[in-house]
Ligand binder design. Sequence first.
Ligand code: SF4
Length: 401
Amino acid sequence: MSTTTDSPRHASLPLMVLGHGRELATERGVECPGELPAPSDPGLVERARAAKAALGNSVFVLGHHYQRDEVIEFADVTGDSFKLAKDAAARPDAQHIVFCGVHFMAESADILTSDEQQVILPDLAAGCSMADMAAISQVEDAWDDLVDAGVADDVIPVTYMNSSAAIKGFTGRHGGTVCTSSNAKTALAWAFGRRGGLEGTGKVLFLPDQHLGRNTAVRELGLSLDDCVVFDPHKPNGGLTREELQAARMILWRGHCSVHGRFSLEAVHEARATIPDVKVIVHPECRYEVVEAADEVGSTEKIIKTIAAAPAGTKWVVGTELNLVRRLATQFPDQEIAFLEKNVCYCSTMNRIDLPHLVWALESLVAGRTVNRIEVDPDVAHWARVALDQMLALPGETSKD
Ligand code: SF4
């Protein structure tokens, strides 16, 4: 399945009940065909073990940090999305890559692995709301707006890993790069460097997470909040005047993570008021004011490493996905680890991948059927690979999410 289907100019993405109906224009995917085992089936763990044993080295199961424990238990390797895609590419003997994560991650794995390897997403409804916020037709329209405003020649697009293959392909075609939450500063510095550096007139179109773009540009590169404008794809010309586009250095796409975007400044204040000596650590997909108020900011890999390296007795409140925070609390019992915001829940689309879907995908392979294969259109994959290779050529580390 490819995610390259276009929709009309400035069309809203239709809301859809997850797992029902077909909506090929979005990251949300389609319902799974076939008979899934019941979640209440007491034999699910045994069935998953038996199927995995039967498949041996021909299957490689990847588990993103935000996955449920019941799924992580069967992962051959865990990590962030980019690390997992690279892990898959390093296992050419594995004919089937079962990606326990969300759709854009499986697409990246398909792009980075060989044609002989098949990438499987156990539930096609496991999309990403942030990636959904930038449809390729909207981004192509936005580029036309930048051309009309006379600024497109100054603009380098940079897209976050959390975007569809079509958006990565757009970025590759327009001489840009992909970035992760670990190397966003390096990627932005590279992009501005292509247009005369920070002192020049260059601009970055940052997709699709406005918060990561703003946090990086202002906190790490020294640009001001006034240098940033937000391009709203649902408004004509992004809701911006020609003068605003000409003056801007960072054109931030109006997208956000529906989990990290919910952490609030009030929650940071409440944690500091109720937990003496607490350290607040958050992901850079959080809003600017939340990141500014935190003690530490970093990708999931950085959050894990920072907590692992802290002395016993350290008190943390953590602003990232709840499955990971709970696992960290179990993994490091000598530290006090709490979740930052009581009103924030799991990433609902990540949680679409559960044991029944994993068992169904594995048992189907045992029966000789590949279900829910993710296959990126070859032309899209080519240009997305150009943008990914550009990221790999950036100096510094490239782990993300
Ligand atoms: S946590 Fe946010 S960015 Fe990550 S998959 Fe869920 S919605 Fe997307």
